[in-house]
Design a protein around this ligand. Sequence first.
Ligand code: C5P
Length: 465
Amino acid sequence: MPSLTVRQLDEKLKQRLRLRAAKHGRSVEDEVRTILRAAAADTDSFVRDEPSHDPALAHDRPASSKRVLLVIGGGIAAYKSLDLIRRLRERGLVVRVVMTKAAQQFVTPLAAGALSGERAFTELFDPASEFDVGHIRLARECDLVVVAPATADLMAKMANGLASDLATAVLLATDKRILLAPAMNPRMWAHKATRRNLAQLVADGVAIVGPNAGEMAENNEAGLGRMAEPLEIADAAGALLAGATGALKGRRVVVTSGPTHEPIDPVRYIANRSSGKQGHAIAAAAAAAGAQVTLVSGPVNLPDPPGVCVVRVESARDMQAAVEAALPADVAVFVAAVADWRTASVSGEKIKKGGARAPTLALTENPDILASVAQRKARRPKLVIGFAAETEKVVEHAKAKLARKGCDWIVANDVSAESGVMGGDDNAVHLVTAAGVESWPAQSKDAVAAALVARIAEAVAGDGR
Ligand code: C5P
């Protein structure tokens, strides 16, 4: 058995060992013994000083040892992030925690470290952590970065590429997908600056979960801004990790879903019966296949699909702006039942009854979002798919629509009252392409979504239309 003394090691290695030993409160000798024991037992790679950097190995690792870097931002919702650590670990994920300075006002690194099983990292310019792990390794030695709570300040810094502390430096240095769980006061969430930052982050491929509507920590405040629940965040993280090897890995997909609401006055609007079930199912299936999905949704009563960035809109014109902001994309699927018309003008006050005559609504045509994207010259997605909801001559109308809109495929379905498709859970569709018509059997909307996503993956794999 060869003998080796610490003194024989090179200076750099000795220095690192000294730092590790000091950090763990051991002698250098004991530290070396611990490292060797761990290496011999082939324990968790986090214990090893030099884990593999081979990205291929990351994919081969079983899901049970996937690693999440959790960045805790400074908001009251940080207390829920402690529960999130447990929820992630319950799924067999290894969790490493980075905390901002503000986060430490709400929860302690000790608590986060105790729950994650490893000390929480807090400092960018801490020689011990920089030698031991360093912000670049923190950023790379994970499969997913989750930011929870993502405060308005953190989002603003991320959108602008700031790297002024450990958390933001890690977020700028990472080459892994990032999932944000925003949490802030509803006015901060609705502020134009936060909207701009969110749009930028979505365009950068960041996934978002929440925020939810509800009571705020502040007295008498309620609205959109509560951090998603730990279980929802863990589900979204799981979906993103599962999709990391899927058939649409690395592809960007935009989906529109639901109805649009076209305002008449402050309290009334024109709407339709679309539930959003089919569009949401397609967004979920694309995310499960590994795509970066932006779902632009009109008002619906459905939970956000896990691992999908949801942009909520009301009117057709809002939907068009959100779709434009989400481009470029590889694939765009237009499932929304966009109102064909809106009122020519919106009354600033509630229109009163009791006049001599009933009011007349003058209508004007809405932009055709599908046609405008399908016919664009620059940044056209490789595959543009429209839906055709018809009540008669379904395939005939769908073929005409394919040509008129300039899209690549039309998914046509019968929405006559007797079909039960509108608001129902099942759908029977025809896939109309330049190559012909395929009529799929009646199946659940989830199954239609899965089949369509499989076809999309085939088409973009060969970059065919
Ligand atoms: O013309 P029609 O409404 O039947 O077309 C349906 C298809 O076009 C759907 O894919 C729908 O999402 C899309 N569409 C759109 N913008 C509109 C109208 C329809 O994107 N203003």
